[in-house]
Design a protein around this ligand. Sequence first.
Ligand code: ASP
Length: 321
Amino acid sequence: MKTIAILTTGGTIAMKQQGDAGVLPALSARELTQALPGDIANWTFEDICNLPSPHLTKHHLQTLRARVVDLVFLQGAAGVVITHGTDTMEETAFYLDMTVKPKVPIVLTGAMRSASEAGYDGLANLTAAVRLAACDEATGLGALIVMNDEIHLARWATKSHTAAVNAFSSPDHDPIGRIVDKQVMFFACPPHRPVLPAGDLAEDVPILPAGLDSSPTLLQHLAANGTRGVVIEGTGAGHVPPAWLEPIRQAIAQGMTVVISSRSRGPLYDKYGYTGAYRDLAAAGCLFSDGIDSTKCRIKLMTILGQAGDAESIRRWWETV
Ligand code: ASP
């Protein structure tokens, strides 16, 4: 049997109701893993931390990545499972996807119901994750999220519902597979992209919404303060109100990296000739989302800025990873 390394970071999967104080962290890695069925794989377990996922910082992500790299490349783990709060699981999954070579499966999972609730989904999700991490076909796909027996690519997965047990989806795509009883079934196996050479994360990259008649004042303020990068969440295929164009040009001239994402699903593309549309933004030197949402654009830009300084390498990595 293969040996899978299970790393726990917290989240509802490791929480219990604590009287009137609400649902709070409770279960250790040992307690989380003790009811796993023994016929799928051998496993090791390790507490990285036990935090709600909105409490995680870039330092936790860097520590987690370093541990994953050590387990996979030095200690020979056949697969890695990470338990994680669902709120920010997509950020951690995408960060690992961009920064760890997919030598073995890396699978993230969590739970929507705490261990005190009827229908706790933590054990089922953890069992599915170990099954997926032990599956040969899951290698080479980058980081994966499995929740509610659905397998999602980290690149596309998002928590799209606040409460449903099937909270995760891959908007504009689909799950790439499913756990069916004891089998792992894949419906699509897209190739994985090149990974970044290191895992350093830059300081925070703000996301600025640029909706109807919105003001670019915050962008001007950030540029004046030397912020290195922003994600501007525009509309449609990559458009901003006309008042944003000049401040964007100025911010780029001052050395800021400006990424344009969209509040709509789908890739950004050139079509319109009106002021503030894609071609104006491209001419100004903006980078564009290829369909990943603003949250993922932010993590991607923080990861790239963590290791690239000049505009040309930032653009090259943005267009490669
Ligand atoms: N608030 C929790 C967290 O992300 C939600 C969860 O784990 O499902 O840590």
